[in-house]
Structure formats: C-alpha cells, structure tokens
Design a protein around this ligand. Structure first.
Ligand SMILES: Cc1cc2nc3c(=O)[nH]c(=O)nc-3n(C[C@H](O)[C@H](O)[C@H](O)COP(=O)(O)OP(=O)(O)OC[C@H]3O[C@@H](n4cnc5c(N)ncnc54)[C@H](O)[C@@H]3O)c2cc1C
Length: 285
C-alpha cells in the first residue's frame, strides 16, 4: 500500500488526480475501522492531516462561516458552538471524546451514511459543500450532495475542502434517538433552524431515508403559520401537524436499530419537541 502525506492542498489535489483510487484519510474514524475489519484494502492512502488549508475555519464576507474539511468536531464545539449551535449540538453526540478529537465533517459528508449526525444541521442551516480537484473548485448545496446510501456527487478526482454554513439567525436545535445517550448510531435524528430575520424554518432528517433529507412541506407550513410578529404561544395543533409532515417526508426501513414504524413515530415526536424548544427560545430572546 502506498502512503502519501501532502503538505499543501495543491499537492493533495495533484495526488488525487494522479491516483484517483487513493483513499483520503482525515480523522480515520471511518476509514481505519473499515481497514481493520478488512472490509476495504485500498492500494494507496492520502493522509490529509498535513494540509493546513483544510484544518481551519474562517469568516466569509457574507456572514457565513467556512469550516475546513478536516477540522475536528471538538473544535467546532469549542470554537463555533455559540455561532453554529445546531451543528455543535450534533457534534457533541458524535461517538466519544476520542472520536470527536479526530473525526471531521468532511469525513462525515464523504462517508455519506444516512445515519451521520453532521448532515441534519447542515441541511437545516442551508449549508454548501465545497469540492475541489486539480481542475478547479465548485460548491454544491448540501441537499444536492447526497445521491444514495453512502454515495454523493463527489467525483473520484475531487476532495471535499470545506463546508460553508450560514451563522445562526435564530434558535437551532438537534436531537438524536438512540438506545443510550453516548456512543450510539442514531435510530433517527432531526435538526431545526429558525431564521427569525427572514422568518423561515429549515429542517434536516437523519437515519430515516436512504439519504439525509429536508422536510420542505413541514418548513413551508411553519414559514406561513408561525406567529413570528407577536412571538405568541405555539399552537399545539400546528406543532402536531409539523411533526406529521416531517414524518411524512421520511422513508425509513426496518433494521437492527429500529423499525420503520418506530422511526416515523419518533421523528414526529422529536420534530414537535425541537420546534417547541426553538420557539420558546425565540420568545425569551
Ligand atoms: C467508535 C465510533 C463511534 C462513532 N460515532 C459516530 C456518531 O455518533 N455519529 C456519526 O455521525 N458518526 C460516528 N462515527 C463515524 C465517524 O466518526 C464519522 O463519520 C466522522 O465524521 C468521520 O470523519 P473522519 O475525519 O474520521 O473521516 P475518515 O475516516 O478519515 O474518512 C471517512 C471517509 O471520507 C473520505 N474523506 C475524508 N475526508 C475527505 C476529504 N476531505 N475529501 C474527500 N474524501 C474524504 C475518506 O476517504 C473516507 O471514505 C463513529 C465512528 C467510530 C469508530
């Protein structure tokens, strides 16, 4: 097995063009598990940990934040938790401290597991994924990034270089259903982001469809029906209808972690609950 350790993005992109079959490694928390279990034995690895451009975050000119692909979860939590609370809440539920010290959003995106915890808050916030190859770079809205179970629009010669995510414009919540509180793969998970300036709502569903996805009809319901102006009490019927539309947007399967029926029920519940928490926060703001 060949092992490459580029120390610049240009070099990493050149290597990926010359060796499209080479597997990039960021935190290695997915890659190394597969190799240790002998599920995958790549002919070459490209270790991205020497590429400084990928491991930082920065403010864009338009109020969004760019998170480098290999920035570990622990830094998202510690350095960006107050500005990207939905993403930070999801990051806090990933694995254990060891996994959060190594694991990255770039790895979560490219692994594209329907159960990945990073996806729902990125969907709810309307993030974009930044991809690059030796031929140039492009950005893709995160809801167009996933194409199937563990598949994405990323081409063989491309790397994910970062994620561009709007800074919070209102309350954000994330919740995950699992068999215990830590070190658990989601049975299902859900994120909500309120934009109290534009008076719109974003949603993200995880582990309840072949890909992470939004619930557009549920978003539209809240955009038009929430009492944005008065910050009045949240109507229980509206919250219930929202939960039903979120559940209707999912298409889960039965598997070892839960049944499809349970997932649909749980999604409706967590959607209602996270909406209540977010609305209360808006009322108290
Ligand atoms: C014990 C344990 C617990 C876990 N718990 C959770 C959990 O609770 N929630 C959750 O969502 N995940 C969990 N995971 C999975 C994993 O930690 C996450 O998916 C993590 O985000 C992967 O990031 P990484 O940097 O380690 O990716 P890596 O393992 O380095 O890479 C993952 C995949 O992405 C590719 N890749 C990585 N970076 C790039 C890039 N910049 N460009 C192109 N391709 C790239 C790799 O080639 C590989 O295919 C867990 C894993 C373990 C081992």
């Amino acid at each position: 097995m060949e092992f490459f350790r580029p120390d610049s993005l240009d070099e990493a992109l050149r290597l990926k063009t010359e060796h499209p079959e080479a597997v990039p490694v960021a935190g290695g928390t997915d890659t190394m598990v597969e190799m240790n279990f002998d599920l995958h034995r790549p002919s070459a690895l490209i270790d991205l940990n020497g590429v400084r451009e990928l491991e930082s975050w920065s403010d864009e000119d338009d109020g969004r934040i760019r998170i480098g692909a290999t920035l570990p979860y622990v830094r998202i939590i510690n350095e960006l938790g107050h500005r990207l609370p939905g993403l930070a809440q999801a990051a806090r539920t990933v694995g254990s401290p060891q996994i959060r010290n190594r694991g990255s959003l770039g790895g979560n995106l490219v692994a594209a597991s329907p159960a990945g915890d990073g996806h729902p808050p990125l969907l709810a916030a309307g993030a974009e994924v930044e991809l690059a190859s030796a031929d140039g770079s492009r950005t893709v809205p995160v809801h167009e990034f996933y194409t199937g179970v563990k598949r994405s629009v990323k081409a063989a010669n491309e790397l994910v270089t970062g994620v561009i995510i709007p800074e919070k414009r209102g309350p954000q919540q994330f919740t995950k259903i699992g068999t215990r509180n830590a070190m658990v793969i989601a049975v299902c998970c859900f994120a909500i982001a309120l934009d109290t300036t534009d008076r719109t709502v974003g949603t993200g569903i995880g582990s309840a469809a072949p890909t992470p996805r939004r619930a557009p009809e549920a978003e539209e319901l809240l955009n038009t029906r929430l009492p944005w102006e008065t910050r009045g009490e949240l109507d229980e019927g509206l919250a219930r209808h929202f939960g039903e539309l979120v559940s209707a947007a999912a298409s889960p399967i039965d598997d070892v972690r839960g049944t499809a029926a349970y997932r649909l029920h749980a999604l409706a519940t967590v959607a209602r609950r996270t909406l209540r928490w977010a609305w209360k926060e808006y009322q108290c703001d």
